[in-house]
Design a protein around this ligand. Structure first.
Ligand code: ACO
Length: 325
């Protein structure tokens, strides 16, 4: 018994932050941002929003797309680094708001690889017989940990959520394989060090701006390209297929230059690479499920298609999945 994707949905808050607006906050300009990243705008949740509110909208759409009710779910997983609060899990809030009373719910922190990790865990739980239907969400409110005085990061990040419904599948299609990797020795490259046990919340944490995300962008860039290519090859060779067999390639939407470099090294033609980061920026764990929902909406992801997804993020973490839709 394996699992297959039977529903997709996404949600991004309506308000956008454009490159022109960022020019008024920090010393940057539209030309620098578009040529270095490909990003033109990102969506920002209004004050008073909880991450689980974004999850809820995306999940409702995914459940409607799947044609099932929240009460049919056995498993709810939310991949995120921006939970509603440290305790309880955002997935528990989502379970409550959805009315998924039968499901068990958990959060998973793998930064930008959060959806890849969550998909892999949900697939493994279904294969192990721990449930028949899972809701897998990648959702972030990165605006809550973005320092809008730091031009090297505030131009990158946005808010949003994407969701996929997985159901058991016994015909060998669906999720063909997932491949996950981490390297904790490089944790400092992407970090938000305030608010945990090392630097608990307090005036000093805020004074030293430890509650914001920091990134060594250039170094991260090099690791991202190498690892995303490697783990894509791993998925292809495990399944005895080549990149030519892939109908749609959905990489994590962090930077257009990373996507282009990975696509070029893998030999994927541009028309098979899904890109929407110009409108969302980097939404971390949400980027791949948002892309999947949009790809489906645009008719670029149909039943029978072979889909290759690949992500890379803080941890460091990276992963891929090959899926027959
Ligand atoms: N506007 C204008 N100038 C800027 C800006 C800005 N917004 N930001 C940095 N600069 C300047 C720098 O100060 C530097 O100036 P200097 O040469 O005078 O010192 C110059 O531009 C070049 O800076 P770099 O950091 O070398 O620029 P780079 O080409 O590497 O682009 C970027 C930076 C966009 C961050 C890129 O490195 C990147 O995308 N990295 C990977 C991000 C990623 O993949 N993250 C993974 C997931 S994130 C997660 O897990 C949450």
């Amino acid at each position: 018994m394996g699992s297959k994707i039977i529903g997709l949905g996404m949600f991004a808050p309506p308000k956008t932050l454009t490159n022109d607006e960022l020019e008024k906050l920090v010393d940057t300009n539209d030309e620098w941002i578009t040529t270095r990243t490909g990003i033109r705008e990102r969506h920002i949740a209004p004050p008073g929003t909880a991450n689980s509110d974004l999850c809820l909208e995306a999940s409702r759409r995914a459940l409607a797309d799947a044609g099932i009710d929240a009460s049919d779910l056995d498993i709810v997983i939310v991949g995120t680094v921006t939970p509603d609060m440290p305790l309880p899990a955002t997935a528990c809030f989502l379970q409550m708001k959805l009315g998924a009373g039968r499901a068990f719910a958990l959060d998973l922190n793998a930064a930008c690889s959060g959806f890849m990790y969550s998909l892999s865990v949900a697939d493994a739980l279904i294969r192990a017989g721990r449930g028949r239907k899972a809701l897998v969400v990648g959702a972030e409110m990165l605006s809550s940990i973005t320092d809008y005085t730091d031009r090297s990061t505030c131009i990158l990040f946005g808010d949003g959520a994407g969701a996929a419904v997985l159901s058991e599948c016994d015909n060998g299609d669906g999720v063909l394989s997932c491949h996950l990797h981490s390297d904790g020795s490089l944790w400092e490259l992407i970090r938000c060090t305030g608010g945990g046990t090392v630097n608990p919340y307090g005036p000093e944490t805020v004074q030293n701006r430890l509650n914001f995300i920091r990134m060594a962008g250039n170094e991260t860039f090099k690791h991202a390209v190498t690892r995303m290519v490697e783990v894509s090859h791993e998925a292809l060779s495990r399944n005895g297929v080549t990149i030519d067999d892939v109908d749609l390639f959905v990489p994590h939407q962090a930077n257009m230059r990373i996507i282009s470099a990975v696509g070029k090294r893998l030999g994927v033609p541009d028309e098979k690479v899904f890109v929407n980061l110009e409108r969302y920026g980097n939404t971390s764990a949400a980027s791949i499920p948002i892309a999947l929902a949009e790809a489906r909406e645009q008719g670029r992801l149909s039943s029978g298609d072979l889909l290759l997804m690949v992500a890379f993020g803080g941890g460091l973490t990276w992963g891929s999945a090959l899926v027959r839709m």
